[in-house]
Design a binder for this molecule. Structure first.
Ligand code: HEC
Length: 123
């Protein structure tokens, strides 16, 4: 019976290791980064998706300006239900709720960076 203890301990050690490894993975999920990746994949052809630069498609709003028009939080629902604009140039997208939340998180981060930029540029 004594011989089992080290095995049991190393098993527990392994379990603890696995638990902490999955905790690290969970912590590494960054919605802003995920949203950035999504808009880079699907939206940069037409929209300015970064903190600088203009939209390649002249009539497509720059993402960092969207919050000037409305609360970007409201986009989350549209992204899930299929965002449709008045312009047929923009294809219809449908994202799952996690992706939509990530895109909104990224848009919000742009909002913050444009505020910082505005503050800096008034100096
Ligand atoms: C093929 C070009 C194209 C792509 C790709 C594209 N858009 Fe657009 N988007 C446009 C154009 C053009 C407009 C302007 C439409 C208008 O003013 O009605 C627009 C407008 C918008 C608006 C503003 C809508 C409004 O009513 O004010 C949002 C939000 C938007 N796009 C989000 C996205 C997102 C998110 C993606 C990527 C998932 C994306 N777009 C990809 C062309 C595109």
């Amino acid at each position: 019976m004594k011989g089992r203890t080290p095995f049991y301990q190393s098993l527990m050690g392994l379990v603890a290791l696995l638990c902490s490894a999955s905790a690290v993975v969970a912590q590494e999920y960054d919605p802003v980064e995920d949203g950035h990746a999504l808009v880079t994949m699907y939206c940069t052809d037409c929209h300015a998706t970064e903190t600088a630069g203009n939209s390649p498609f002249a009539t497509a709003p720059r993402f960092r300006d969207l919050h000037l028009r409305y609360d970007v939080e409201l986009l989350s629902e549209a992204l899930v239900e299929g965002i449709v604009t008045a312009h047929p140039e923009m294809p219809q997208f449908e994202f799952d709720p996690l992706q939509a939340a990530a895109i909104v998180a990224y848009l919000k981060s742009l909002e913050l960076s444009s505020v910082r930029f505005d503050v800096e540029s008034t100096n």
